[in-house]
Design a protein around this ligand. Structure first.
Ligand code: HEM
Length: 253
């Protein structure tokens, strides 16, 4: 914490440069409703909160690597889609694949909470202060709502624009952002995951088959290796940068 306080003070005094318009600058200079600067620790936590949720998406990327490794046909189609569109961003097939990864991955299998008042849910009475657990994975794979629920089938999401209208599709929480327990960053998570899926589908990237086993007794879980990749040509360079980096002339962005 001492380092955080020192860094924050360094920014405020101008000793540590933080460009205007950056998150670092915004949080160092943020003032609360009374006009006071945030305590350095709180500013540091808020700065970290700008990154942390997107880092969590890396868990879904690891599950995506596992599913792509097992599906050459989907990899080929997604790579062709990215090449044709000239971008890794928002390809419909990559987005559909991302949604199916989110539906099936046991990364966030449940959300626990406390009842703030006496409630009745599906005939079950829960007193104020009682524990409520939203079973996300079971809802996302319930055979009453999903056709072939145990099958990984991204095609089920192709042409589905309004996924939020599917009441039983709740990998980022349920109901609405405004009055439910739904993540406001869900669309960003899908966008980031779909870009990663498109990058991982490139033929110049080899997804290693070892370490993709998922221990379902862990929480949160992921494929053991985190999803490791290599350059398909064996070069000791980052395959994603080789394939999509800015230095490659004509590369999609
Ligand atoms: C692995 C990815 C993610 C998962 C599984 C996830 C899940 C969730 C869930 C379930 C909630 C609602 C908790 C509740 O109300 O009980 C939530 C809240 C939130 N999420 Fe995410 N999220 C993810 C990524 C992101 C991203 C990428 C962002 C933004 C860049 C984000 C921003 C937020 C914020 C700001 C809240 C708090 C909303 C509030 O309190 O009103 N999340 N998240």
């Amino acid at each position: 914490m001492r380092a955080a306080r020192d860094d924050s003070l360094s920014i405020l005094s101008g000793r540590l440069p933080a460009d205007e318009g950056t998150a670092l600058h915004a949080w160092a200079w943020h003032r609360d409703a009374d006009g006071a600067l945030l305590p350095a620790r709180l500013a540091g936590v808020e700065l970290q909160n700008c990154l942390r949720p997107m880092i969590a998406v890396a868990r879904f990327v690891a599950f995506a690597a596992k599913e792509l490794h097992d599906r050459r046909d989907w990899r080929g189609c997604i790579a062709a889609e990215a090449a044709e569109r000239g971008t890794l961003v928002a390809g419909p097939l990559a987005v559909a694949f991302a949604k199916e990864v989110r539906r099936t991955a046991p990364f966030v299998p449940m959300l626990p909470g406390w009842a703030r008042e006496d409630v009745e849910v599906d005939g079950q009475r829960v007193p104020a202060g009682g524990r409520v657990v939203l079973d996300i994975l079971a809802t996302d794979t319930d055979e009453r709502s999903w056709h072939r629920p145990g099958e990984f089938a991204p095609e089920r999401f192709v042409d589905v624009d309004d996924y939020e209208a599917i009441a039983t599709f709740i990998p980022h929480g349920g109901a609405t952002v405004a009055d439910g327990h739904r993540c406001p960053g869900e669309k960003l998570a899908i966008a980031g995951l779909a870009v990663a899926i498109a990058a991982l589908s490139d033929a110049r990237v080899t997804i290693l088959g070892s370490g993709l086993r998922v221990n379902r007794r862990r929480l949160p879980t992921r494929p053991a290796s985190g999803g490791r990749v290599r350059s398909a040509d064996g070069a000791a360079r980052c395959p994603v940068h080789v394939a999509w980096g800015p230095r490659r002339r004509g590369a999609p962005s």
